[in-house]
Write a protein of this length. Sequence first.
Length: 372
Amino acid sequence: MASDAPLTPDELKQLRDRLDDIDTGIIDLIAERLSVVKSIGQHKLKTGAPLRHYEREREVIDRGVSRAQHLGISARLAREVLETLIHHSVGDQETHQLAQSGHGEGARALVIGGLGRMGLWMARYLDTVGYGVDVADPADVEAPFDVVQDWESVADDYDVIVVAVPLRPSNAVLHRLAELDPRALVFDIGSLKSPMTSGLEALADAGCRVCSVHPMFGPDEVGLSGRHILFVDVGNAEALAEARALFAHTAAECVDLSLAEHDEVMAWVLGLSHLVNIAFASALAESGEAVPLLKRISSSTFNAQLQVAAQVVSENPHLYFEIQQGNAMTGEVVGQFRSVLDDLARAIRVGDEISWVRSMQAAHRRIESEHP
């Protein structure tokens, strides 16, 4: 029979020492796993196999979850650990493939706006895949790349030109590039496309190799496993294929959209999600002294929402305003959201539980059908 007596200091130390040994062993096994992953990644690079093997990832997770359940360990814990390991494994393979791809070897790239946050990400990415990178940016900051003072005079020296300036001036830059008619592949990386449609069309009309790209992640991303990159066709299939090829050695999901589809989707994906989180954070801020108390006694749902909202309101407010104001679909999306909010508020006010339940259940069914 186990003793009810507390552990002696020596016994406690022995257990803690054992935990230290186990933790060290876990880290050693992770290192061994990543070494094996590197060898598999080299095989993928040599054979041209895709970075991600979704069926294999499911097998790894299912096997781990089954083993955890057999041992009485939380299936959720096993899934989270394995998903994290897979994410980092794919990221390591991706980094290795990018460095080894030599995609841009001997070629030159110019990033206009290359000292902004996403512009700098783009410049570093192109540098990683082998391009000789210059940036054009009036910002008075230390630059990790050579800065071109007059990009218009040297535009024809480059094989790739990326427009990474803020949304409002992007259209003018694209129009100027159309006048210069450079030999390079030209694309922007803006969050909206309607404000620069005429510039993109001008480039297409001038016979330039042009398309539009939207990386659906922030500038702090390193590995792109689980991330999306949108490619928008403006009438030049060759340019679209070239732009996609730039990211062929990443684990990102590449999605093709038309100009009209892009901004309609962004009204929901960016517009609504930003609006909801900014409204949530603003309402909390107006509660004043209640915020510290709410953090202390909050629920898991509140904490999750607060974390997302805090991230959103820490971003560039001018850009986020442009994303709302520059999208012709914003009014329709806001109107639908306001209508749903009014219906829920009415149900609370008049005690209409049936309507409230119906709304939640309908939302649950639709979301679950899309994300089983």
